[in-house]
Structure formats: C-alpha cells, structure tokens
Write a protein that binds this ligand. Sequence first.
Ligand SMILES: NC(=O)c1ccc[n+]([C@@H]2O[C@H](COP(=O)([O-])OP(=O)(O)OC[C@H]3O[C@@H](n4cnc5c(N)ncnc54)[C@H](O)[C@@H]3O)[C@@H](O)[C@H]2O)c1
Length: 488
Amino acid sequence: VEAPRLTVLVGFMGAGKTTTARALDHDAVDADEVLEERAGVAVRELFAREGEEAFRVREETLVLELLERSDVRTLALGGGAVLSPRVREALRGHEVVWLDVDPAVAWERAAGPDRPLSADPVRFRALHAAREPLYASVATLVVLPGEDPLAAVAWGAERPAGTTLLWGRHPVVVGACGDWWPQPGRRFTVTDENVADRMGTDPFRSLVLPPGEGTKTLASAERVWRWLAAEGATRADHVAAVGGGVIGDLAGFCASAYQRGIPVVQVPTTLVAQVDSAIGGKTGVDLPEAKNYVGAYHQPAAVLADPAALATLPAAERAAGYAEVLKTALIAGGSLWQRVRDGAVSDAETIRACALTKLRVVGEDERDAGARQVLNLGHTAAHAIETVTGYARYRHGEAVALGLLVALRLSGQDALRAEVAELLAAQDLPTRLDTAVDLDAVEDAIGRDKKRVSGVVPWVLAAGPGDVTPGHPVPSREVHAALQELTG
Ligand SMILES: NC(=O)c1ccc[n+]([C@@H]2O[C@H](COP(=O)([O-])OP(=O)(O)OC[C@H]3O[C@@H](n4cnc5c(N)ncnc54)[C@H](O)[C@@H]3O)[C@@H](O)[C@H]2O)c1
C-alpha cells in the first residue's frame, strides 16, 4: 500500500475541519471556500438558489478536481461531500481524518443562518446519525470528540499505510502493522501457549503462560513480575500483551504495578480482546471469591488490533467474542446495530466500529463513574454465572450471552430479547443456562456484585438499541424470575 498523498478532513458541520486543516498546514484548501469563490456567492445562497441536488453536483466536481491537484496537501471538505459515491471512491489512498463531534456540541457551533442544514435541531441530529456511517466508511484516522487532531495526525504519520487509527483516550490501530512498533524502549512480551504456537514467540523476550481464565490470577501476576525483575526490565521498558482478554488483563495489570507502572502495548488476538477488553485500560485478575476483583486502570500506550490475527481463532472463541460484539451493537444502536442484525460477526469493519464505540464510551467516563457502566450490559448476571461455575463451565463471552438475555428480560424488551436470542443461537452461543448450575448461588453472587451501592445492585438496562443506561435497581423477585426463565 502506498503512502497517502493528501490529508483530507471530513466530518459533520461544526467539527472544526477548516480550523484543523489550517493548523496542520497553512496552505490548506477548504473546498467550501473554493466553491464560494468560484460561484461568487455563499454556500447558503447556492443552496437556496439551486437546491441541494445541484449543489452536490457542483461540490462533487470540485472535490474530485482538488483531490487530483498536485499542489494541494491538506484539504477540508464540506460536511456533505461524502454523500457522493464518487468522492468516497476518490478518497481511497488518502489520509482521511474524520473529526468526530458530539451532535450537541456541533449544534452549538453550527446552528445559525449561515449553514443551510442547521435550522432545526431534530433534523440536525438525524442528519448527524445518517452521515456517521459515511464518515466511518472513508476514514483512515478517527479523532474522537475532545481529542487533539494535531497530535493524532502526527502520531498517525508513523503507522503503516493501510491501517486505520482511532484516536481517543489512547490510540487504537486496526489492521496489519507488520514489524512496526509504536513504543520506544525494550519490549517484554507476555503471551499464552496457544498464541505462541500459532504466531511464534517474540524474538526479543517473551514469557509464555498456560492459556485460559485460570491464568488470570495473582500467582500468574507474581510470575510475570518476577520474570520482569529477573530480566532486568526498567521503567524505560514496556510490556507487550499479545493474546486474548486473559493475557491483556493480566499483563496490563502487571505493567500497572511493576515499578509503580510501566507502559503496556496491547496486541489483542481474540475477537473479545479486539472489540472490548484491550481497549479502555481496565486491567486485573480474578480471586477465587470473585472475578476481576483486583486490578487497576492502566491505559495502554497503544492497541494494535489486526483482524487477520483472528484467522486461527477456534469457532467457539469467535462465538464468545460475538457476544461482546452484540453487546456493543446494542449500546451503539444506529448503523452498528443494523450491521449486526443483518448478520455481521467479525469482519474488519465491524471490529473497527465496535472498537470505536468502546473508545467513545471510555472517553466519556474513564473511571466508571457513570457513562462507562453501560459497557456492563449483560455482565451483572454473566460475572455471577462465571463465579458460580468456577470460570470453567462457560467462556466469558458465553456467560455474557446468557447475561444479555437476563438484562433484556429485566428491561422488559421481549421482542429485542427474542431477536438477540436468535442471533446468539445462530453463532452456537448458549441461550439457556445449564440446569446443573445452582440458581440460588447465582443470585447470591449477583448480590455481591462489585458495583453494588449500599447493598443495591445497579443493573444496566436497555430501552432499545442505542438506548442503554446504567444504575437501575431491580427487585430480587424479578431477577429470580429472569434467571428461572433461562433454565426453562
Ligand atoms: N478489561 C476489560 O475491559 C475486559 C472486557 C471484556 C472481557 N475481559 C476479560 O477478557 C477475558 C476473556 O478474553 P478472551 O475471550 O479473549 O479469552 P482468552 O484470553 O482466554 O482467549 C481465549 C482462547 O483463545 C486462545 N487464543 C487467543 N488468540 C488466539 C488466536 N489468534 N488463535 C487461536 N487461539 C487464540 C487463547 O489461548 C485462549 O485459549 C476474561 O477474563 C474477561 O474478564 C476484560
């Protein structure tokens, strides 16, 4: 893949495309400005005079011309330029930077008489939602709301061509990175036997641990710490966590505490890890008493997620990851939910969209004070099921599948629950709890959930796809009934 020729800023009105383009390059070209110069009137007037369709034709011709010009290095496009399939096609091979903006912020910035499409707030929001999949389809670099686009473009300039960079609380690179490595210093790789068998071990230094949830313990953490110490790792070095969620959580936790904290680069190799666990900085280990009970927030220096690494993943592990994909799609709603209900499982686009959703949620609430708790949809029951079955009967994702059905029952979402059950079953995920599992023990374990506040367990409930909220108390008889239903 060749290096990108132009840096092109795309995104909704009010995202800051023109300002960012100028800050990147003072010779940057703004397509709307050129259009106005040539027409001799303002965009708003062209719109009023010619109608949107004629305006779009004019805009398409101009943008295609500008993308070909050898004297243009940085180009800001109007918010609607990506509506044209020819423009979207012509954007291939360029660094297309999507400045993601919260619709409320965009409204504050853009509302007013100068913009033809920002007269009515309801229409504005609908337009924002409709445009999002178009920006997503062309973007090679996504800058999340509130993040610094200049830092993103500078960091992103180093990465291999053909990859997509998501720039949020930490960078996530999706695609094949080859030998490129984002972190200076010596690398200390922690991985597991299955991953090492399939991908080989790090030629520098690696510690290969047994696979499975049983490795996510304090005893393993001690092994990692003592290995780092014996190998002479210092604060100038870093840990690479190469594997699924178990390795990511464990090695991330070890990095957070080793010499009071060294960087970690997450290299997720399972679907669970690529769409969920490697992103957002939650790390930790299980105790025999409960899952994920000891840990730390430790944001990765970078996440390198290559969907091609999933080629060797056993079907059951892919399915387990699908439960987190489905959870993420329920949280995101909109085009991601549509994609998943249409049958998407683990293609690169779906992985990217899930990773972006998680990064957005984490950006709003890094330390789980509120908004981030939506990511726990389905996890209250899932963690209890895993604890009671000794982390042995179900994979995490399988437990999440069951947990989603409990949460949707408690949300009173019958039709959605039925649809989700069908999607889960199509991936051979469980939709019924093994009758050998002790339901009273599951209820007890739910009562010990670490998110409980003054003895009340707050549930994450869904009023529909894209409408998931945390902090709902639920009477225990309803929880009991929802669990009963799972064994029925
Ligand atoms: N930190 C978070 O925010 C977060 C979020 C979700 C889940 N988690 C945690 O993640 C863990 C589950 O992660 P997981 O499902 O990735 O489990 P895992 O790490 O145990 O991996 C699943 C299996 O796949 C194997 N494997 C990994 N990559 C492979 C590859 N490319 N080819 C073939 N085999 C491969 C592993 O060896 C293992 O046997 C749980 O402990 C869960 O609590 C954490």
